[in-house]
Design a binder for this molecule. Structure first.
Ligand code: FE2
Length: 471
C-alpha cells in the first residue's frame, strides 16, 4: 500500500479491525467476562392483536379464548423464575409508528421508555415500559460494526406487534418488572431482509449483548406468525402442517429455514405469515443446540398462535466476548475524542440532546417558527425544555448547544429563523469575533444560511459582513 501523504499510519489506533484479529489466539477467560450481559434464553410468541384484546376484555373464562391464557402461563412462570433484566423484543410495526415516508429494514429502539401506540380508538391502558438506552446503544454500535446498516429510533409509541404479546408475558401494574429493547423489522414494504440476513443479524446480536460489560440477564423475545394471510382473496389462509414443520425446524434445523425465500414462506404460511423470519433473529442469537422447554399452538380464527421457550443447550463460549470485541465495536471512532473541538453525534448524544434537537427541528414548520419569533417562552413550556435548554436557546449559545448535544444542522435552522448566517455560528462556536473568523476564509465576504423564501432581506446583507447578531 502506498504511504499516506499526511502521516495516516501514525493516526491509527492500536486496535486492529476484526479481520486482522481472526488468526490471533482469542477468548482467554478474563475476570471481566464474568460480569458480562448474558442471554439466558428466548421466548417466541405470536403478536396478533387477539392476545392483548383477550387480556383487556378479561376473556379468561370464555372457551374461545381460554387456550390463549393457558398458553402463556408457563411463559409467565419461566420469566418470573428467571427474572431477566431486559427483554430484547423483535417485532414489526403495523404501519402505526413507522410509515412509508421513511421505511427501514432494522430499526433499533435506543430510548429510555416506550409508550403504547394508539392504533385507532385509543391506546391500551398499559404503562410505558422503560428502555435500556445504554445496552441498546452498545448493541447498535456492535451491529453497525458488524456491517448491518441499522436505523435507530426514539420518541415512538409502539403498537400491538410489541405490546400485544408483552402484556401477556410480564405483569405490568403499576409498572413492568424490567426493561425492554425493541427491534422493529420492516417486513411490510418490499424488498425486506431475507431469512438468512435475519439469522446473521441474530448471530451478531448475541456477540453484541454478551460483550456488554454489565451483569445483566437478557431474554430474546421473537414475535410474529405463525401462518396467516390478512389481505386479498387469499385472506384467511392457514397451514397447520407447515406451522408444525416450522416449529420443528426453528429448534433443530434453522440453517434450512435460512434457505427459504420470502415467496416460499408466503406460499407455505400465508403472505403476512412470512413475518416468522423474525424468529430467525432470535434463533441466531442462541447456541447451536437449544432445548425447547415449552410449546403451544392454537388456531382460533385468523392467525395460528404459538408460544415457545428455548434455553441454550451447550453454552459454547463466544469467541469475542471480551475487550477485543469491544475494540472492534469502537474501532471506527477510537481516538476521535483526541480531536479538539469535535463532538461526534453518537447514539448517546442523540438520546441526551433529543428534546432540544426536536424543538429546533420543528423550526422547519412555519407555524412553529412564527410562534417562536413571537414569543418562545410558551413554546419552551409546551415542549418540556429544561431550564438549561431554554437558556441555551435564549442566549443563542451556539457553542453551548453543540456541547450540550445539539447537532449543528439544528443550529443552522435556528440561524435561518433568527437571521444569523452560518458564518456567524461558526465564529461563535470557535469563540471568535465574526470579522476575525472571516479573515481566515478565502472569500471573507461570502456569508450564507439555509434561509429560503420566507426570509426577508437578511440583516447581515443589510449591514454587509458586519456585526454579529445574537451573541
Ligand atoms: Fe405482524
Amino acid at each position: 500500500m502506498a504511504a499516506r501523504p499526511w502521516g495516516f499510519n501514525s493516526l491509527l489506533p492500536h486496535h486492529k479491525p476484526n479481520e486482522a484479529r481472526e488468526n490471533e489466539s482469542r477468548s482467554q477467560t478474563r475476570l471481566e467476562d464474568f460480569n458480562m450481559a448474558k442471554i439466558i434464553g428466548a421466548v417466541a410468541t405470536s403478536h396478533s392483536p387477539t392476545i392483548g384484546f383477550a387480556l383487556d376484555r378479561q376473556k379468561q373464562d370464555d372457551p374461545a379464548w381460554t387456550p390463549i391464557f393457558k398458553a402463556y402461563e408457563p411463559v409467565q412462570r419461566w420469566l418470573e423464575e428467571k427474572k431477566p433484566d431486559v427483554l430484547f423484543l423483535i417485532f414489526n410495526d403495523h404501519v402505526t409508528s413507522f410509515f412509508f415516508d421513511h421505511y427501514s429494514a432494522f430499526a433499533l429502539g435506543i430510548d429510555n421508555a416506550y409508550a403504547v401506540a394508539d392504533e385507532g380508538g385509543g391506546a391500551r391502558a398499559l404503562p410505558a415500559v422503560k428502555g435500556h438506552a445504554a445496552l441498546a446503544q452498545h448493541i447498535g454500535a456492535s451491529l453497525v460494526a458488524d456491517e448491518f446498516d441499522m436505523s435507530f429510533f426514539q420518541d415512538k409509541a409502539l403498537d400491538h406487534g410489541c405490546f400485544s404479546p408483552l402484556s401477556m408475558l410480564w405483569p405490568h401494574e403499576p409498572e413492568w418488572p424490567g426493561a425492554m429493547i425493541p427491534l422493529q423489522v420492516g417486513v411490510l414494504q418490499f424488498p425486506i431482509p431475507s431469512a438468512k440476513r435475519c439469522y446473521k443479524l441474530g448471530r451478531s446480536l448475541r456477540r453484541a449483548i454478551e460483550s456488554y460489560p454489565e451483569d445483566l440477564k437478557v431474554v430474546i423475545v421473537a414475535t410474529g406468525g405463525l401462518s396467516h394471510q390478512v389481505h386479498g382473496e387469499r385472506s384467511g389462509y392457514n397451514n397447520t402442517e407447515w406451522d408444525m414443520q416450522f416449529l420443528e425446524m426453528i429448534e433443530k434445523d434453522p440453517a434450512k429455514l435460512t434457505q427459504l425465500r420470502i415467496a416460499e414462506y408466503a406460499e407455505l404460511g400465508g403472505f403476512e405469515g412470512a413475518e416468522v423470519i423474525m424468529w430467525l433473529i432470535m434463533r441466531g442469537a442462541l447456541s447451536e443446540n437449544i432445548r425447547k422447554i415449552h410449546q403451544t399452538y392454537y388456531l382460533p380464527t385468523m392467525t395460528a398462535l404459538a408460544t415457545a421457550i428455548y434455553e441454550n443447550e451447550a453454552v459454547e463460549p463466544m469467541v469475542d466476548t471480551n475487550q477485543d470485541y469491544r475494540n472492534h465495536v469502537q474501532y471506527q471512532l477510537a481516538g476521535v475524542e483526541k480531536i479538539e473541538g469535535t463532538y461526534p453525534f453518537t447514539l448517546g448524544r442523540s438520546v441526551k440532546g433529543y428534546r432540544l434537537n426536536k424543538f429546533l427541528h420543528r423550526l422547519i414548520e412555519p407555524e412553529h417558527r412564527r410562534r417562536f419569533l413571537e414569543d418562545p417562552e410558551p413554546l419552551f413550556e409546551e415542549s418540556g425544555l429544561t431550564s438549561e435548554e431554554r437558556d441555551l436557546v435564549r442566549r443563542r449559545d451556539w457553542r453551548g448547544m453543540i456541547q450540550y448535544g445539539a447537532i449543528f444542522f439544528m443550529l443552522e435552522k435556528l440561524g435561518a429563523v433568527v437571521g444569523v448566517s452560518n458564518l456567524h455560528i461558526y465564529a461563535a462556536m470557535r469563540g471568535q469575533p465574526l470579522e476575525e473568523f472571516l479573515k481566515t476564509r478565502n472569500q471573507p465576504g461570502a456569508l450564507y444560511s439555509v434561509a429560503g423564501k420566507d426570509a426577508k432581506k437578511l440583516d447581515w446583507e443589510q449591514a454587509g459582513a458586519g456585526k454579529q447578531k445574537g451573541k
